[in-house]
Design a binder for this molecule. Structure first.
Ligand SMILES: [Zn+2]
Length: 851
């Protein structure tokens, strides 16, 4: 069923190129290189894992087990390389076809030499001790979480998405425990040692990152919907909280399954349908077929939950259920295409969950959730394409970012607009049916769609998916019509991005929408008899994507009217347009500031208001000089206080309050914040809690009030929550008035042991580099950049970019920009993905400093 893999032609060369011979044993590189994965997928097939695990009740006792892997192997396939990321003494015995065999243990692997192996069906058995890395052992329960490449920390296997296998699991565990896994529970019997032995049915073929089990003291709720049995495992102790949510949880799954069976034309492929509401789960959900994990709080909503929270839950359940087809039934070949399954899960979830929430402005939400964040990366010199190169699976973490999460969903909506919903559905149906229980990447899908559509999808794909950046699109009036043209800003490249664009055209306060499809250099929209418009707002549907510079008249009209546009989505798109003009130096900061300030008391849509407040804070610190801020602080603060007092909902009041804490500079404004902190004043309708008092104390310290240390001392005394107290003490030196104290804290981060609490470190860095202290912290920029590689090597996948942003976001001066530019110039050999992160983080500083 699977297509011929291009790597097969390279096999002999690759085997040699990635091999070093030490004591006659084959030494693969650590992790799973693309070469190793290619060799294995061409030489191994028909995989079966029989896994026998002993789960001790005590967390201090190790998990032990045995795995037997049966497989077909082609002749002359070289040594056999299994993945096992554990210390050497975690391997207790290795057998080939039941007999002892020679093996070596290079980093991350178990290798059996070629000479010991035959061809045809063989089996390897390993007795092992698991590491704790992916087992999430808690008091009273545990759950595995193997995505993307962590199964090999628990047991030996061939860990790559395109070696799908059937798994048979046996567990021995305490008698009072329950367990679930991908396969159905077949039997449960007592053992002689007082434990129980559970046998699960063999799974259908699945990728290693989708194999999962959980066990412990679990409650179980069952339900039947449309003839299908569902089971929910959980540890919730409040029966009312379970009862209140139970029907909705089962109903939402049933609705999603029906919808997907109908859309794909394929019945739910995996047999049992169980899920586990995991307390404090690290993701929203994880789509193991037949055993989905969810964050418990995302399923069990509080009493009186908002419609937005309900939409969030419906979207999450629809997302994970969609993965049963997109990701689980058909899986990417390699993690470079991991974006595909996430895009389709979000895309289908919106179609499944959205219609039940007609009162929410879903288009506005889509725009705000995607475009600003995607543009923030895509406008920079450090941006990347949606599809990236991945040479070793252990670097899969570096692929994640705004281009995958925010740009890719926009691109998929455009593909549907371009080829039509029916063609997209027909192509997806064929893709799922051709590759069911197998693997296929983006090239296979785009090939199918290209065959079904008149559109030139090869060039569409080249521009949108395989290349970084965005088009420059202009819509201009002339000769009784609008001409839309596009160009590629990047020198040495001449891409065209086909897309459907909705133009909002303003005439005397009336706005009409027109749709055009731009394929080549330009397209013309005749509009005879209406006369020249006041402005043309491209991409007004919140889907179109690009840099859309306005002409001078259009910009002036939009600037004057953006707060008055009738449709919230038009206001949101218009504000983003003006922000892009500001960043490109085509709009002055002060007129935009006046528009945003005027909008504070006028904007009645909560979502647009939040967007505008975010833009306002960025503009305030990055684009206004200290003198300009001082002249405007009183006026701005007054507008925010008034809006806070008049707002009806506490969510809106909170947004104004947070903005005030962020921007306040006037003497009277600081005194007002101080009275709140001293609990002499209060805010009607917005009771302040511990986190807000901490924010106030820190804001007063940053403004260098004379008794700042006394305020921080008092605040430390007032904190009751132990986690918040620990964080407060950790970041406190960053709020000191003495530069030497702040610098000493920064220097302590040179030791990786002092930056394990990454969110605390980032909070401290933001305070050290706060705009009010930017001059004093100039000398700390270069040392922070010099730690970047160490940060990447020792931290979480998102830490490098966050570290850079925490360092640079508070700066706006040419001096700061020079330091960063010199560092880039003198480090030309920096690893490209890391250099990309630096260019992404420095973009805002470079633009502000260049004015
Ligand atoms: Zn997902």
């Amino acid at each position: 069923m699977t297509k011929l893999h291009p790597l097969i032609f390279l096999l002999p060369v690759l085997l040699m190129s990635c091999t070093k011979t030490v004591d006659n044993s084959f030494v693969p590189e650590p992790g799973v290189s693309r070469e190793l994965a290619g060799v294995r997928s061409e030489t191994l097939s028909d995989l079966h894992y029989a896994l026998d695990l002993h789960l001790p009740q005590e967390r201090s006792e190790p998990l032990t087990g045995s795995v037997t892997i049966r497989f077909q192997r082609t002749a002359e396939a070289g040594p056999l390389v299994l993945d096992f990321r554990a210390p050497a003494d975690n391997v207790q015995r290795v057998l080939l076809d039941g007999k002892a065999v020679e093996y070596s243990l290079p980093v991350d692997h178990i290798v059996i030499p070629a000479a010991a192996l035959g061809s045809g069906e063989q089996s390897v058995t390993v007795d092992f001790r698991s590491t704790e890395d992916a087992l999430n052992r808690r008091d009273g329960y545990l759950y595995s979480l193997f995505v993307p490449d962590r199964a090999s920390t628990a047991f030996p296997l061939f860990e790559q998405p395109d070696l799908k296998a059937r798994y048979t699991l046996e567990l021995t565990m305490p008698t009072q425990w329950r367990a679930l896994s991908n396969g159905e529970l077949l039997s449960r019997e007592p053992e002689a040692d007082g434990t129980d032995r559970l046998r699960f049915a063999e799974t259908l073929p699945i990728s290693s990152y989708l194999f999962a089990f959980a066990a412990g003291e679990l409650q179980v709720e069952t339900a039947t919907r449309n003839g299908r049995a569902f089971r929910l495992f959980h540890r919730e102790t409040d029966p009312a909280r379970v009862a209140r949510n139970l029907d909705a949880i089962f109903d939402l799954h049933a609705t999603a399954l029906d919808w997907l069976e109908d859309y794909t034309g394929i019945d739910y492929p995996f047999g049992p349908f169980d899920f586990f509401a995991v307390p404090s789960f690290q993701f929203g959900g994880m789509e193991h077929p037949g055993a989905i994990w969810y964050r418990a709080d995302s399923l069990f909503l509080d009493e009186g939950a908002t419609r937005t929270a309900e939409l969030g839950r419906a979207s999450l359940i629809s997302h994970e259920t969609t993965h049963m087809w997109f990701g689980d039934l058909v899986t990417m070949r390699w993690f470079n295409d991991v974006w595909m399954k996430e895009v389709f899960a979000n895309f289908m979830a919106a179609k499944i969950a959205g219609p039940a929430f007609p009162e929410l402005d879903l288009e506005l939400r889509f725009f705000q959730a995607h475009h600003p964040a995607a543009y923030a990366v895509d406008r920079t010199a450090g941006t990347n394409a949606i599809r990236q190169q991945l040479d070793n699976q252990r670097e899969a973490g570096s692929l994640y970012g705004a281009i995958i999460y925010q740009k890719a969903p926009v691109v998929m909506r455009q593909l549907e607009q371009l080829i039509g919903a029916q063609t997209l559905q027909a192509g997806l149906r064929r893709y799922l049916s051709d590759y069911r229980f197998g693997n296929a990447g983006w090239p296979e899908l785009i090939g199918i769609l290209d065959g079904l559509s008149e559109e030139d999808l090869a060039s569409w794909n080249h521009a949108w998916v395989e290349s970084p950046g965005r088009p420059r699109v202009e819509a201009r009036w002339g000769d009784d019509g609008i001409t839309v043209t596009q160009a590629d800003d990047l020198a040495g490249r001449d891409l065209r991005w086909p897309q459907t664009l909705v133009l909002a055209v303003g005439h005397d306060g009336e706005v009409t929408e027109h749709s055009v499809t731009l394929r080549g250099d330009s397209i013309r929209l005749p509009l005879a008899g209406v006369g020249e418009p006041d402005f043309i707002l491209p991409a007004a549907d919140g889907v179109g994507y690009g840099r859309f510079p306005l002409d001078q008249n259009g910009r002036a009209t939009l600037l004057a009217n953006v707060n008055e546009l009738a449709k919230p989505l038009h206001r949101a798109v218009g504000l983003q347009q003006l922000q892009e003009d500001l960043l490109e130096g085509e709009l002055e900061a002060l007129p935009f500031f006046e528009v945003l300030r005027a909008g504070i008391n006028r904007e009645d849509d909560e979502l647009v208001s939040q967007q505008a407040l975010g833009l306002l804070q960025n503009l305030w610190w990055r684009y206004l000089s200290a003198g300009e801020r001082a002249a405007r602080a009183g006026n701005l603060e007054a507008a925010l206080w008034q809006a806070l007092e008049q707002a009806q909902q506490s969510g809106r009041k909170r947004a104004y309050f947070n903005t005030l804490v962020n921007i306040t500079l006037s003497e009277s404004g600081i005194q007002r914040l101080r009275r709140l902190w001293e609990q002499q004043d209060e805010l009607p309708g917005l009771p302040l809690q511990e986190p807000q008092y901490i924010d106030l104390a820190q804001a007063l310290a940053l403004r260098a009030v004379p008794d700042a240390e006394a305020i921080l001392d008092a605040q430390e005394q007032r904190i009751e929550n132990p986690d918040r107290l620990a964080r407060f003490r950790f970041v406190r030196p960053a709020f000191s008035n003495e530069a030497a104290v702040r610098e000493a804290l920064f220097l302590s981060f040179t030791d990786p042991a002092n930056r394990r609490q990454e969110s605390w470190v980032l909070g401290a860095m933001r305070a050290i580099h706060h705009p009010l202290r930017a001059e004093a912290s100039l000398s700390l920029i270069q040392p922070a950049l010099e730690q970047l590689e160490s940060i990447r090597d020792t931290g979480d996948i998102f830490f490098p970019l966050n570290w850079l942003q925490a360092t640079l976001d508070g700066h706006r001066s040419p001096a700061a920009a020079d330091i960063v530019q010199r560092f880039i110039d003198t480090h030309q050999d920096m690893e490209p993905k890391l250099r990309g992160k630096l260019l992404q983080a420095a973009d805002g500083l470079f633009r502000a400093a260049a004015r």
